[in-house]
Design a protein around this ligand. Structure first.
Ligand code: B12
Ligand code: SF4
Ligand code: SF4
Length: 203
């Protein structure tokens, strides 16, 4: 799905020829709409980084057709996808580090950005409400069995050790991050179990 467009921003990226892009369109997903298409590919195309490969297969022909350059969230140095979406929709980080959306909650991500030389007409920037502001209990923070989420943010080391343990293999690795599952916002967009397991294994 199209996740909005960005023009007239200091964060617009440099194109391959050194010029600064005039417009950026972000492409992403919410919930599990992506999963049936991707899991079909996954079954047919074994090998490393399947989501990255599938994304390129889908996006490159579109970029070619429209004469723009595709940028990906998995390319290094990292493109600032979260900053771009914050500028477009006004989304802010949850205690987990993931941007939280008032409708999709924590169940959305970004797959690519289409960078155009031209300045296109895009919808006005939004300033969507931040669900964490009104969430007094903050169940995401207490749900993490490894104590990886605190007021200082997300800490990768305790999460990583827990996921490598027998307990972690039987909980978060199977049913997805317990903290993410605990958020009540956008619960109907929670990823289906095979999708959750795919992302946890990749993490
Ligand atoms: C590196 C990275 C990680 C590292 C973070 C290491 C660290 N401490 O910085 C690790 C491996 C831990 C990680 C984990 C996860 N990540 Co990650 N990650 C990235 C990646 C590739 C680059 C981020 C970055 O450094 N950008 C560079 C700076 C310059 O860009 P920026 O937008 O200006 O910077 C923002 C981020 O750095 C963010 N930030 C800072 N610290 C952290 C920590 C975490 C955990 C996250 C998610 C963000 C974050 O705040 C900055 C200001 O806006 C992005 C893809 C991308 N290119 O953006 C995905 C990305 C941020 N990750 C994402 C996701 C979903 C996850 C996981 C949930 C994976 C999973 N299991 O499904 C987990 C979160 C674990 C948890 N319990 O919450 C999504 C977030 C979508 C959203 N709704 O916001 C992204 C955008 C990928 C995507 N394709 O959509 N991730
Ligand atoms: S549980 Fe509450 S604080 Fe945590 S991400 Fe969801 S809305 Fe934000
Ligand atoms: S994956 Fe499990 S250990 Fe890691 S942050 Fe989420 S709840 Fe905590």
């Amino acid at each position: 799905m199209l996740r909005g467009g960005l023009v007239a921003s200091e964060t617009l990226p440099e194109l391959d020829d050194g010029d600064i892009a005039g417009t950026l369109l972000l492409v992403g997903h919410a919930g599990s709409t992506l999963w049936p298409c991707f899991s079909d590919y996954l079954g047919r195309s074994p090998g490393p980084d399947p989501l990255d490969r599938w994304t390129r297969n889908v996006i490159e022909p579109v970029a070619h057709q429209f004469g723009c350059q595709a940028l990906y969230p998995f390319e290094k140095p990292w493109w600032p996808f979260q900053r771009w979406i914050s500028e477009i929709e006004g989304l802010r980080p949850s205690p987990l580090g993931i941007l939280v959306h008032p409708e999709f909650g924590l169940w959305h991500g970004y797959r690519a950005a289409l960078a155009f030389r031209q300045t296109l007409s895009v919808p006005e920037r939004q300033n969507l409400p931040h669900p964490c502001d009104g969430c007094r209990e903050k169940p995401c923070m207490s749900a993490c069995p490894a104590g990886a989420i605190s007021t200082d943010g997300f800490s990768i080391e305790p999460c990583r050790s827990y996921l490598a343990s027998d307990e972690g293999s039987a909980s978060c690795m199977l049913a997805g991050c317990s903290a993410r599952n605990a958020c009540p916002v956008g619960a109907e967009y929670r990823y289906v179990d095979p999708q959750l397991r795919f992302h946890m294994a990749a993490l």
